[in-house]
Design a protein around this ligand. Sequence first.
Ligand code: SAM
Length: 283
Amino acid sequence: MSSLQPAPSTLSVVATPIGNLEDLSQRAITTLQTVDLILCEDTRHSRKLLQAYQIVTPLQALHEHNELASVQKLIERLQTGQRMALISDAGTPLISDPGYRLVRACHQHGVQVLAVPGPCAAMAALSVAGLPSDQFCFIGFLPPKAAARSQRLQALTQSHATLIFYESPKRLLDTVRAMREVFGDQREVAHSRELTKAFEVTALTTLAELEAGLLADPDQQRGEHVLLLAGMPASASNAAIPPAMIALHKALCEHLPPRQAAGLLATHLGVNRNDLYTLSMKK
Ligand code: SAM
């Protein structure tokens, strides 16, 4: 099917490459060629991408520092019939990148928002990690300060879903150490580095081995990184539910439906509702 110019008064949210320039889709190229204005984080950075494709559409900066102040004017221009595209420095806009306020304002003011999907480091890493992908949770960047980072990680310990983190080279080692402290040496982790670029590597390992590898070869800390942490195995959470809790659940079930009884105990005693229900019904 051929690519079409977007309709008037639309904002197209366009994914761009995360390293390999050949990953820009044909539809992304057509959209960027035919809109009236391209909104980007850094005009100098995005000009290089556009030059590679001989795209001469005007660029305007939209970044975290001016997004709030710019939204109203952009909406007014879109409402006069202009077509715009939103891109970020790399990958999919809004995924740990600016654009949320503008997209939300478009919905609130009746401006159509179109997706032009493509590269995203989180999805690329998940697709090559070898970890369960039926349930995953995108966390993005952890807080930079140690106490807040550790608190955030603690809050994720009960998750069964694969957890996806972005990290900078400067903080990678500290983050892996913090994960090891909270999740233990043996928790599986996939480390994707420099996806789609010349030195792309994805390794499926444990937190203890990843930390040792990063210390032994500091070059592995360079570049761009995604960390994917395996979720808590169902057997581990079942083991965390003491037999007395199951007995209590069974006693409560004489007065309440089983799911409601599990919900009550989860709220008051901090156990996982689904694990308690599943385990209690099996016994
Ligand atoms: N919007 C982007 C996306 O769709 O993936 C993410 C932008 S966020 C500001 C940048 C972070 O994404 C990097 O610090 C890194 O964690 C991750 N990232 C981006 N490109 C990557 C690549 N080629 N390989 C590994 N991680 C990458």
